[in-house]
Design a protein around this ligand. Structure first.
Ligand code: UFG
Length: 327
């Protein structure tokens, strides 16, 4: 039986595919390549297609024996979702509805869904547990929460079992340097620092240094993408051994400030990183740190990589091998 990875050409999806292959699990990928990269997909069974097209899903499900889906395919930029919310409702919510219909049609019972800490919005809770009230502040977070609920209602009537995983700040890259984090339109801290340091961009800015944090810059929970995808494998094992549907936070359980990340990057790259401090970015809470206790206990999973230097070393290895990103 095979696992279908939707969005398997994206940053986290491509690492998931590598992880499944390393575990000798049959893997099928569906991606429309709107933001993903074919070069990042390390498996042969690749379908270029869209979760919104039921005919694309029919082809994938009828040509393969799929018993589980790991669903990453989505639009995922907070800023873009503010200016183009309907793109997010269409791609994320409508797309997942079509996927769920296909799962029911082909009697596929296991689903792992890629959700986000953005469902919590601006919260003062430290750490954030799965019980922390949800209050998304962007169409991105809002659509991910809507999908979580849509999956839950669908699961109750269809017999699908699901795990929704709320990611904190995914970062780093595969140790092999072949795959990593690369987007045409980049907004995330670590890839931006690396691109600035390579001269690919000008004018790196730290968004605010007057937050109520030890050094005044925002604190985030940076989880290595390899630890993240291993949690998905653990979620599949959990579902296949009869575990019931659940939601889990995925984070390191520890926070680092923007300045601490800059210092870690300087260590890895061996050069000073120039920056200016600008206004706060709208919607950035001071501190977002996950409680990962539930995932550790129930999925028997834990984060192995705890040092931002190691995370950035892996990200850097990818940048050195792909100075201009994927082809
Ligand atoms: N930052 C800068 N300068 C930059 C870019 C980022 O100072 O050029 C700061 C941000 O203000 C923030 C931190 O670096 O304090 C991390 O920012 P990212 O954009 O890398 O990540 P976010 O914490 O904003 O976003 C993450 C995930 C999103 C998710 C969100 C949930 O990447 O997918 O958490 O809150 F939606």
């Amino acid at each position: 039986m095979a696992v279908l990875v939707t969005g398997g050409a994206g940053y986290i999806g491509s690492h998931m595919v590598a992880e499944l292959l390393e575990n000798k699990i049959e893997t099928v990928v569906l991606d429309n390549l709107s933001t993903g990269n074919r070069e990042a997909v390390l498996c042969d069974r690749f379908y270029e297609g869209d979760i919104k097209n039921s005919s694309d899903l029919d082809k994938v499900f009828s040509e393969n024996e799929i018993d589980s889906v790991i669903h990453f395919a989505a639009s995922s930029l907070v800023g873009e979702s503010m200016s183009n919310p309907l793109k997010y409702y269409n791609n994320n919510v409508c797309g997942t509805a079509v996927l769920l219909e296909a799962m029911i049609k082909y009697d596929v019972k296991n689903l792992v869904f890629s959700s986000t800490a953005a469902v919590y919005g601006e919260t003062d809770a430290i750490p954030i547990t799965e019980e922390t009230p949800v209050n998304p502040k962007s169409p991105y977070g809002e659509t991910k929460l809507a999908i979580e609920k849509m999956i839950d209602w669908t699961a109750r009537s269809s017999g699908i079992n699901y795990i929704s995983l709320r990611y904190f700040n995914a970062c780093g890259a595969h140790k092999n340097g072949r795959i990593g984090e690369w987007r045409t339109h980049e907004t995330h801290l670590i890839p931006l620092i690396l691109q600035y340091s390579r001269g690919l961009r000008d004018g790196f800015k730290v968004f605010g240094n007057d937050y109520d944090t030890p050094d005044g810059t925002c604190v985030r929970d940076y989880i290595h993408v390899i630890d993240l995808v291993k949690a998905h494998t653990a979620a599949l094992v959990y579902l296949k051994s009869g575990g019931k549907s659940e939601i889990f936070n995925l984070g390191l359980g520890n926070g680092f400030s923007v300045l601490e990340i800059i210092r870690a990057a300087e260590k890895v790259i061996g050069q000073k990183i120039k920056y200016t401090v600008s206004e706060r970015r709208e919607g950035d809470p001071a501190v977002l740190i996950a409680s990962n206790e539930k995932a550790r206990k129930m999925l028997l999973w834990e984060c192995k990589i705890k040092d931002p230097v190691e995370i950035i070393e892996d990200a850097w290895k990818f940048y050195l091998k792909h100075p201009k990103g994927y082809n």
